[in-house]
Design a protein around this ligand. Structure first.
Ligand SMILES: NC(=O)c1ccc[n+]([C@@H]2O[C@H](COP(=O)([O-])OP(=O)(O)OC[C@H]3O[C@@H](n4cnc5c(N)ncnc54)[C@H](OP(=O)(O)O)[C@@H]3O)[C@@H](O)[C@H]2O)c1
Length: 384
C-alpha cells in the first residue's frame, strides 16, 4: 500500500509519518516544500529527529519513502506532469495533514486550507477513478465547532453553519471537511478532529511550542485569570498519531469523524494548576475567574505592540489561544476510545515534563544538522 501524506515536515505530520513507518510494510509518498531533493531530505530529517536517530531515519527513508517536491497551493501540487502522473498512479490512500494554522491570516487559510485541500481532493478523485482509493483521511480540528461556551460537543453535531467561528483557520477547516464529504462521496474516509495538541505522553521533548509557551506563561503568573472550574481539552501528539494511523490502516468502508481529544476526561484549570510541578516546585499562582474578561482585553491590546517585540508576541499568542483555553468546552471522545480500546493519557501525567523541557531549552528544539559526513540519501524524488 502506498500512502500519500501531506504535511510530513510539520509537527503532527512527523508523528503520523513515524507511526506509519513503525508499522511493517507500506510505502509513503511525501509532499515536501523544498528547492531541491537534498533540501527536502534535510527538512524531513529536521522534522523526524524528534522520533528517530539519523541512522534509523536513513534506513526508513531509503527503504520506504518517495519525495515529491511540491506545494498544495500550486496547480497539480506544483509537480511536473510526469511526477504528478507517477504520484497518481501509485497513490492507494491519502492522509491529508498540511494546513496553515495562521489564525490571523484569512489569506493564508484560504490559500492553503481551501485551495490546497481542493487540490489534494482532486488527486484523490483521480486516483479513485483510475484504480480505487482505499482510504482518505482528513486531519481537521475541534475548532470547526465554532464559538462555544461550557458545552460538551459531539462529532455529529459539531458543525453548525449558523454559528460564528473564532478565526479564519476554524472557518476554513470547517469548509475543508465539507469539501471532503461532498466531493469524495464514494471514497472510504475519516475526518480527525484533534483538540489542543500538547506534548508527548512518553517523553519531554517537543518541537511545537505555541501552546506550551501559552501554558508556561500562564503557569508562572501570580494570578492566573482563568475560571478554576473551566475544563481544558488537550491531547498528546503521540495519541493523536496512533489514532489516525490505526483508523487509516484499519480501512474498511467507513465514513466517520473522530474527536481526538480528552473529552469528558478533560481536567479543569484548578486540577491542572494543582498537579503541575516545574522542577519539582508546585505552581503558586491563584486562579481568579473574574479576571478572564480583563485578561482577554489586555491580550488584544498587547497584540497591537510592535511585531517582534516580546509583549507583542505574547499578546498575539494569548489572543489567538485565549478562547480555546477559557471556553470550558470539551469534545466527546467515546468513538475513538472505543475504537482504540484506550483513552488518551491525561495532561497532568506528562505536562510538567513538557514545560520543564520547553523552559530549559528556551522554547526552541535543539535541532541536529544533517551530519557533515553523510551524503544525500538515495531516494526517489520528483527532482533527483
Ligand atoms: N497542533 C495542534 O494543536 C492541532 C490541533 C488540531 C488540529 N491540528 C491539525 O493538524 C494538522 C497539522 O498541524 P501541525 O500542528 O502539525 O502544523 P504545522 O507544524 O504548522 O505543520 C503544517 C504542515 O503543513 C505544511 N504546509 C503548509 N502549507 C503548505 C503548502 N502550501 N504546501 C504543502 N505543504 C504545506 C507545512 O509544510 P512546511 O514545513 O513546508 O511549512 C507543514 O508540513 C493541521 O491540519 C491542523 O489543522 C493541529
Amino acid at each position: 500500500m502506498t500512502t500519500f501524506v501531506t504535511g510530513a515536515t510539520g509537527y503532527l505530520g512527523s508523528y503520523v509519518v513515524h507511526e506509519l513507518l513503525s508499522q511493517p510494510g507500506g510505502h509513503l509518498s511525501l509532499l515536501v516544500r523544498a528547492r531541491d531533493a537534498r533540501a527536502a531530505q534535510e527538512r524531513l530529517w529536521r522534522a523526524m529527529q524528534l522520533h528517530v536517530d539519523f541512522d534509523r531515519f536513513r534506513e526508513l527513508v531509503a527503504e520506504r519513502v518517495d519525495l515529491y517536491l511540491g506545494d498544495i497551493t500550486e496547480p497539480q501540487l506544483g509537480l511536473p506532469p510526469t511526477a504528478y502522473a507517477r504520484l497518481l498512479e501509485r497513490t492507494e490512500s491519502i492522509v491529508h495533514i498540511a494546513a496553515s494554522l495562521n489564525r490571523k491570516s484569512e489569506k493564508a487559510c484560504l490559500n492553503v486550507n481551501l485551495r490546497g485541500t481542493l487540490a489534494v481532493i482532486k488527486l484523490a478523485q483521480a486516483a479513485s477513478d483510475d484504480h480505487g482509493l482505499a482510504h482518505f483521511s482528513d486531519v481537521s480540528t475541534t475548532a470547526v465547532a465554532g464559538q462555544r461556551q461550557s458545552e460538551v460537543v459531539y462529532e455529529d453535531t459539531a458543525i453548525d453553519w449558523d454559528r460564528a467561528d473564532y478565526d479564519p483557520y476554524a472557518r476554513s477547516k470547517k469548509f475543508c471537511e465539507h469539501m471532503v464529504h461532498e466531493l469524495l462521496p464514494e471514497v472510504p474516509k475519516s475526518v480527525f478532529r484533534p483538540s489542543m495538541v500538547i506534548g508527548d505522553s512518553r517523553f519531554a521533548q517537543t518541537t511545537q511550542f505555541d501552546m506550551v509557551s501559552a501554558f508556561a506563561f500562564l503557569a508562572r503568573l501570580p494570578v492566573i485569570p482563568i475560571e478554576p472550574n473551566a475544563r481544558i481539552d488537550t491531547v498528546p501528539a503521540d495519541y493523536v498519531a496512533r489514532a489516525i494511523v490505526a483508523v487509516h490502516r484499519g480501512g474498511g468502508a467507513t465514513d466517520r469523524t473522530f474527536h481526538l481529544s480528552a473529552g469528558q476526561g478533560s481536567q479543569t484549570a484548578a486540577q491542572i494548576v494543582q498537579a503541575l510541578r516545574i522542577h519539582g516546585k508546585p505552581l503558586t499562582g491563584r486562579l481568579v475567574g473574574e479576571l478572564e474578561g480583563g485578561a482577554s482585553r489586555l491580550a488584544k491590546m498587547a497584540a497591537q505592540a510592535p511585531r517582534g517585540s516580546t509583549i507583542g508576541r505574547f499578546g498575539s499568542m494569548m489572543r489567538v489561544f485565549w478562547p480555546y483555553i477559557t471556553f470550558d468546552t470539551v469534545f466527546d471522545n467515546q468513538r475513538i476510545v472505543e475504537y482504540l480500546g484506550q483513552a488518551p493519557p491525561v495532561v497532568t501525567e506528562y505536562m510538567s515534563r513538557t514545560l520543564e523541557f520547553a523552559i530549559e531549552s528556551g522554547f526552541k528544539f535543539p535541532y541536529k544538522p544533517w551530519p557533515d559526513d553523510a551524503p544525500a540519501l538515495e531516494v526517489w524524488s520528483s527532482q533527483a
